[in-house]
Design a binder for this molecule. Structure first.
Ligand SMILES: *Cc1c(COP(=O)(O)O)cnc(C)c1O
Length: 361
C-alpha cells in the first residue's frame, strides 16, 4: 500500500514561479552590469550606513512591531493619519497582505497585462482568480475594458502606474473617471513603485486619489528611488479599515529594525536621494532618445526602465546584451525590460542596440 503524501493545494500547480532578474556572470577584466531588476545603481547614503550600523548593535532584540518612527515620518510626509499606513517587507508583501484580507477562494482580481509578474502569484495564493485585461497598442491601461471585466466576484482591481514592465503611467483624469465608475465595494490598488521617477505633469498621484475615498489604496516602496531594495520595506496608504486589515495579515516583526531606520533616515535625506533620481531621469531621456533615433519603437516611460517590444527576437537580444556583460529582463516572445543604470551600462545597451539594427535590420 502506498503511503499518502502531504497534499499541496491544487492551485499551486498553476502558480508561476517568480523569476528574478538575473545577475551578470563575472567577466574577467571587465565590468558587468545588472539592468534586470530595476534597482537603483547608487550605493546607500552615508547616513543610511550609519543608521544601519547602529541598528546592528540591537539585533538581539525584535524590531518595533508598531514601526512607530517610520509611521510618524510617513504620516508627516504625506499628510495622512498614522492609522492609514501599513508597512511590510516590500510593497509586494503589502499587496499579498491586502489580497489575503480582501479575497476568498473564487473571488476575482482584475489587472492589466502585461504588468508586474508578482500579481498573478499574489492573487492565486489567496485562492482568488486573476482576470487580466490586455494593455492597448501604446502599452497603456485600457480602462473601458477593465471596467467591462469587473463582475460580482471582483474584490480588487490593480493599476500599476508607471506600468512595470512597459513604462507608461496613467493620467489623472482617466484614472479619476475610472475610480468613479468602479463599484464602491471593489478596492482599487494603485501600485506606484516608481512614482518618484514620474515627470509627466498629467500623471495621477495615487495619494491624492486615495483621499476622501473608501476604496482606494496606494502602494509605495523604498526599493526603487530610495535605493533600499535589499532591505525590504514598502507601505500602503489606505483607508483606515483596509490599513488595519493589512497590518493584521502581516507577518509579526516582518519589517526589521534595519529597514525601519534606513527608511526613516531616507525620508530625512530626500533632497540628496532625489538628486540621484533626477540624474537617472536625465539618463532615461538620453537613452530613450538615442534608442528612438536608432529607429526603435520605445513606449513612453515614466519609470527607471524602458520597454523594447522585440517579439520573437527578445531572447536573442538579451543574449547579445549578456555577451557585453549587461543583464536585461527578457519576456520571451514579447519584449525586454531594460533598467536605466550606470551611464557605462546604458552606453553598452545603446551599442548592442545599434549593432543589432545594423546587422539584423
Ligand atoms: C519593484 C516593484 C514593487 C515593489 O517591490 P518591493 O521591493 O517588494 O517593495 C511593487 N510593484 C511593482 C510594479 C514593482 O516593480
Amino acid at each position: 500500500m502506498s503511503e499518502r503524501l502531504p497534499r499541496i493545494r491544487d492551485v499551486f500547480e498553476t502558480i508561476p514561479t517568480y523569476k528574478p532578474g538575473k545577475p551578470p556572470a563575472p567577466k574577467p577584466g571587465r565590468s558587468t552590469f545588472k539592468l534586470s531588476s530595476n534597482e537603483n545603481p547608487y550605493p546607500p547614503l552615508p547616513g543610511v550606513l550609519d543608521a544601519l550600523s547602529g541598528a546592528a548593535e540591537r539585533v538581539n532584540r525584535y524590531p518595533d512591531m508598531g514601526a512607530v518612527h517610520l509611521y510618524e515620518r510617513l504620516s508627516e510626509r504625506f499628510g495622512v493619519p498614522v492609522d492609514h499606513l501599513a508597512a511590510g517587507t516590500g510593497s509586494v508583501a503589502v499587496l499579498y497582505h491586502l489580497l489575503q484580507a480582501m479575497c476568498d477562494p473564487g473571488d476575482e482580481v482584475v489587472y492589466a497585462w502585461r504588468s508586474f509578474e508578482a500579481y498573478p502569484i499574489a492573487v492565486q495564493v489567496t485562492g482568488a482568480r486573476s482576470v487580466t485585461v490586455p494593455l492597448n497598442a501604446k502599452a497603456e491601461h485600457d480602462f473601458d475594458a477593465m471596467l467591462a471585466a469587473i463582475t460580482d466576484r471582483t474584490r480588487v482591481v490593480i493599476v500599476c502606474t508607471p506600468n512595470n514592465p512597459t513604462g507608461p503611467a496613467v493620467h489623472g483624469d482617466p484614472l479619476a473617471e475610472f475610480i468613479a465608475k468602479v463599484p464602491s465595494h471593489v478596492v482599487i490598488v494603485i501600485d506606484e513603485a516608481y512614482r518618484e521617477f514620474v515627470r509627466d505633469p498629467h500623471v495621477a498621484d495615487g495619494v491624492d486619489l486615495y483621499r476622501d475615498r473608501d476604496n482606494v489604496v496606494c502602494l509605495r516602496t523604498f526599493s526603487k528611488a530610495y535605493g533600499l531594495a535589499g532591505i525590504r520595506v514598502g507601505y500602503a496608504i489606505a483607508p483606515q479599515p483596509i490599513a488595519t486589515a493589512i497590518r493584521k495579515a502581516a507577518l509579526p516583526f516582518g519589517v526589521s529594525d534595519f529597514a525601519q531606520v534606513a527608511a526613516t533616515v531616507s525620508l530625512d535625506a530626500e533632497d540628496a536621494l532625489f538628486q540621484r533620481v533626477e540624474a537617472l531621469v536625465a539618463e532615461r531621456a538620453r537613452v530613450v532618445d538615442a534608442m528612438r533615433e536608432q529607429g526603435w519603437e520605445v513606449p513612453d516611460t515614466q519609470a527607471n526602465f524602458f520597454w523594447l517590444p522585440l517579439g520573437a527576437d527578445t531572447v536573442d537580444f538579451a543574449a547579445a546584451c549578456a555577451k557585453e556583460g549587461v543583464m536585461i529582463r527578457p519576456f520571451p516572445g514579447d519584449g525586454a525590460r531594460i533598467t536605466i543604470g550606470e551611464s557605462e551600462a546604458n552606453d553598452l545597451v545603446l551599442e548592442v542596440a545599434r549593432h543589432w539594427r545594423a546587422t539584423r535590420g
